[in-house]
Design a protein around this ligand. Structure first.
Ligand SMILES: *[C@@H]1O[C@H](CO)[C@@H](O)[C@H](O)[C@H]1NC(C)=O
Ligand SMILES: *[C@@H]1O[C@H](CO)[C@@H](O)[C@H](O)[C@H]1NC(C)=O
Ligand SMILES: *[C@@H]1O[C@H](CO)[C@@H](O)[C@H](O)[C@H]1NC(C)=O
Ligand SMILES: *[C@@H]1O[C@H](CO)[C@@H](O)[C@H](O)[C@H]1NC(C)=O
Ligand SMILES: *[C@@H]1O[C@H](CO)[C@@H](O)[C@H](O)[C@H]1NC(C)=O
Length: 236
């Protein structure tokens, strides 16, 4: 009898442990790959010179369709031992902020975002996946196919960029803008979305940024340099 009670007790403990709900921080549905445009970032922040003239990685953000994920519980960042890997990251995922550095930038991105997909992608795998997705989508090349280059501006720029990217990926992207001088708006980031295995998907409509469509704007601002008095631009 005592034995039976003990078995029941252990059975209950085991069932309790096994049936604990999964950590909410691991409940990510999809990834957002956020690429930033340094000429715009560096208009708004102090950057080391020379300013990089290609889209670079801001981050890969695991998210959930209904619940915003960030700063999940997970392992803290450790610096990579493989110098070739660090070199690869340095080219694709450089810190742009004069007051920070690569290590701090990567550590921040890992702790704020990477930990939310750590169940599937431990640190090295997460950074590796991010670089692979980035390498698959060279935004400047894609835009060039539609004759859009840095310096482009005008009311139609947002839809031109969008059409160009949709034609290439077949999926709905997202764009983020920041106010520039006068009544201009500058493209700062382009977001593409992926399922948890890294296949491109539409970015969820409910989570699209409306930052490129501010009221004062009749269009998108430039990819950079000279500012039209209104409209969107892609800084040069
Ligand atoms: C997204 O978050 C909700 C609420 O936390 C959770 O119920 C759901 O399971 C999550 N989605 C997935 C696919 O885990
Ligand atoms: C670095 O990137 C190159 C391709 O650019 C790749 O062949 C190589 O395997 C990468 N090295 C590491 C350690 O990830
Ligand atoms: C990253 O991926 C490349 C191939 O894409 C592979 O050669 C390399 O070993 C990986 N590096 C790490 C640290 O996982
Ligand atoms: C981009 O094009 C897709 C497909 O036509 C559309 O659903 C989406 O709303 C467009 N986005 C923007 C920002 O124009
Ligand atoms: C991601 O999409 C691909 C292509 O549709 C599919 O084969 C794969 O199973 C998907 N992964 C997940 C986790 O849903």
């Amino acid at each position: 009898m005592a034995n039976n009670t003990r078995s029941l007790f252990f059975l209950l403990i085991t069932l309790t442990l096994v049936s604990l709900p999964p950590y909410h921080e691991f409940a990510f549905d999809f990834f957002k790959l956020v690429q930033q445009w340094p000429p715009t970032f560096c208009k708004l922040h102090r950057c080391p010179r020379p300013i990089i003239k290609t889209f670079t990685i801001h981050g890969l953000w695991p998210d959930n369709y209904t619940t915003f994920l960030d700063s999940c519980t997970g392992n803290s960042f450790h610096m990579f031992k493989n110098t070739a890997f660090v070199q690869n990251l340095t080219v694709r995922w450089p810190n742009l902020d004069y007051y920070s550095n690569n290590r701090r930038f990567w550590s921040h991105e890992w702790e704020k975002h990477g930990t939310c997909s750590e169940n599937l992608y431990p640190q090295e795998a997460y950074f590796n996946l991010t670089m692979q997705l980035y390498d698959r989508l060279n935004l400047l090349e894609v835009f060039a196919k539609s004759n859009i280059s840095p310096g482009a501006s005008g009311n139609q720029l947002l839809s031109r960029l969008n059409n160009s990217l949709v034609a290439y990926t077949g999926k709905i992207p997202d764009f983020k803008c920041r106010p520039g001088p006068s009544t201009t708006t500058l493209i700062i980031e382009v977001v593409t979305c992926y399922n948890s295995s890294g296949t491109a998907i539409d970015c969820p409509v409910s989570q699209l940024s409306n930052s490129c469509k501010t009221q004062s704007l009749t269009g998108i601002s430039s990819f950079e340099t000279h500012y039209p008095t209104q409209g969107l631009q892609m800084s040069r």
